[in-house]
Every structure is written in structure tokens, then in C-alpha cells.
Design a protein around this ligand. Structure first.
Ligand SMILES: Nc1ncnc2c1ncn2[C@@H]1O[C@H](COP(=O)(O)OP(=O)(O)OP(=O)(O)O)[C@@H](O)[C@H]1O
Length: 267
């Protein structure tokens, strides 16, 4: 077990009542080096969220081994070393923005680890002006920025993000990607990010894990050789388009390999 990476070996998981011949995850191997930004992409039902939940210690695998920097997911979670950002921001409606960001840092304070300054975190996501407002006074995109600032507040070693921008319009989504990149570059957290957007995966990641479904497997891991730091200009970089093309081609093969006969519509 290495303390400089997340290591997944032979991970198999079938949910109760699920078909054992088609596990949600089937012998998945994965390496995420410390401080890398890795995205999981693949057809619906290929097990992306299940993999995140296993890494978060919320689901137990049937077989295989998972080590997060040399420890178990459960121990990492108990040590407040893992943060999880869901699709919809779960902010407390009775607390203002600043208190929402500050709360987990106080409640989940990690031994020997200074919590992030809520004002600094808010300014990194461009929300210093709304610190005293309440969640219902913010747009969906602003609420998700608060949730991301809050997640970085406990300074987790690993941040697991499950389609955090999927409910947002494209413009807001791109702005949030840049805010996320800024926070990640500043905090050097290891991020595992689930998305359905090829552009988003390429913009953010060091590596993209393409998964296939029925059963859920790692189809291919593609490196993203774009320089960092990445700003708004990254979308004009021709290298980005080349990586996008590679990811799309890989997804096509992954989709075809996992498609049920009913999914294949004759042209
Ligand atoms: N709690 C559960 N109980 C039973 N089956 C489940 C449960 N959660 C997920 N599954 C099944 O496990 C498989 C993988 O689901 P999972 O949500 O991990 O996929 P996903 O890749 O995240 O999908 P999506 O892209 O649609 O969010 C699917 O077949 C799903 O129906």
C-alpha cells in the first residue's frame, strides 16, 4: 500500500438484489496519485457514483482492495480527511453564506490541520460580497460555489465530487470550473470528479478514466497533457480539442462494448 496515491485493486460491487452476473463495478483497478485531479466519465449506470461512494467509505466492496493514501476509506472518513460534494448543494437555510462555509471547519475540524479561512475561501470563489446573504437569496450556481468553498474549508486530503455542476447552465458551469481550478491549485487536494461532460473533464483533469457499463469497468485511462495553471484561454488551446477527440472516441467504444441489445438502435 502506497501513501502517495489512492489504490483500487479488483474492486467488485453488486448491490443487494442486483444481478451478480452484472455487478455495478467489476474488478476495477485504479490509481490516483496524490494532488492529481482525476475525472470519471462513462455511460449512465457504469458505476461512477458507486466508485465514489466506495472511496468515501459509504459502500463496502464485495471483493477487492481500496487504499486511500495507505489507509482505509472508513479511517480516512473518520479522520475528516475526505470531503464529498454532491450534485445539489446541501446548504443550511438558516445560516448565512459565511456561516455555512465556516460550519464544517468548526464541527469537522481535523486534528493538527488549520481550517480554511471562510472569507478567503469565499473570495476565491468570487462570493465575498454575499457573505451575509442566506442560501435562498442566491442563484443555483452561487449556492454550488458556496458548497465548493465549504468542502475545501476542512482542507480534505481527498475531495470526491459527484457531477457538482450538472444542474447549471453552460456559462455558469464554465465559470465554476475556473473557480474550482483556482481552489484546487491553491489547496493541492486530490480530486476525484464525476462528470458527463467531455469538455469539463478535459478542462479540469490530469487524467480521465473512461468507464464502460454492464458491468461497470475501467475501459481506458487517458492523460490530459495540457499545461497548468489553466484559465479561461484553455478552451482555445488546440491540444484541448485533440484530447476531447480521444476521450469521445474512447467513450464510443466503451458505450458500444456495454450496450444492451435494446440500446442498439439500427440506423
Ligand atoms: N442503492 C442502489 N441499489 C441498487 N442498485 C443500485 C444502487 N445504486 C446504484 N445501483 C445500480 O448500480 C449501477 C451503477 O450505478 P451508479 O449510480 O454508480 O452509476 P453512474 O455511472 O453513477 O450512473 P449515472 O451516470 O446515471 O449517475 C446501476 O446499474 C444502478 O442501477
Amino acid at each position: 500500500m502506497s501513501d502517495d496515491r489512492i489504490e483500487v485493486r479488483g474492486l467488485t460491487k453488486t448491490y443487494e438484489g442486483g444481478d451478480p452476473a452484472r455487478p455495478a463495478l467489476d474488478r476495477v483497478d485504479l490509481d490516483v496519485p496524490r494532488r492529481h485531479f482525476v475525472s470519471l466519465i462513462g455511460p449512465s449506470g457504469c458505476g461512477k457514483s458507486t466508485l465514489l461512494r466506495v472511496l468515501a467509505g459509504l459502500e463496502r466492496p464485495d471483493a477487492g482492495r481500496v487504499a486511500v493514501f495507505g489507509s482505509t476509506p472508513e479511517r480516512m472518513c473518520a479522520a475528516k480527511a475526505v470531503g464529498l460534494v454532491p450534485q445539489t448543494p446541501a446548504l443550511l437555510p438558516w445560516l448565512n453564506v459565511r456561516r455555512n462555509v465556516a460550519l464544517p471547519s468548526r464541527v469537522n475540524r481535523r486534528a493538527g490541520n488549520a481550517a480554511g479561512d471562510p472569507d478567503e475561501l469565499l473570495s476565491m470563489v468570487g462570493l465575498e460580497d454575499v457573505a451575509r446573504k442566506y442560501p435562498h437569496q442566491l442563484s443555483g450556481g452561487m449556492q454550488q460555489r458556496v458548497a465548493i468553498a465549504r468542502a475545501f474549508g476542512i482542507r480534505p486530503d481527498v475531495l470526491l465530487m459527484d457531477e457538482p455542476f450538472s444542474a447549471l447552465d453552460e456559462f455558469t458551469r464554465e465559470a465554476l470550473q475556473l473557480h474550482l481550478l483556482r481552489l484546487w491549485e491553491h489547496m493541492s487536494t486530490t480530486v476525484v470528479f464525476v462528470t458527463h461532460s467531455v469538455r469539463e473533464a478535459v478542462t479540469l483533469s490530469d487524467e480521465i478514466v473512461v468507464m464502460s457499463a454492464r458491468p461497470g469497468r475501467v475501459h481506458e485511462v487517458l492523460p490530459v497533457d495540457l499545461p497548468r495553471p489553466r484559465g479561461s484561454g484553455v478552451t482555445a488551446d488546440p491540444r484541448l480539442h485533440r484530447v476531447e477527440d480521444r476521450v469521445r472516441a474512447s467513450l464510443q467504444v466503451a458505450w458500444e462494448s456495454g450496450a444492451a441489445p435494446d440500446d442498439l438502435v439500427p440506423l
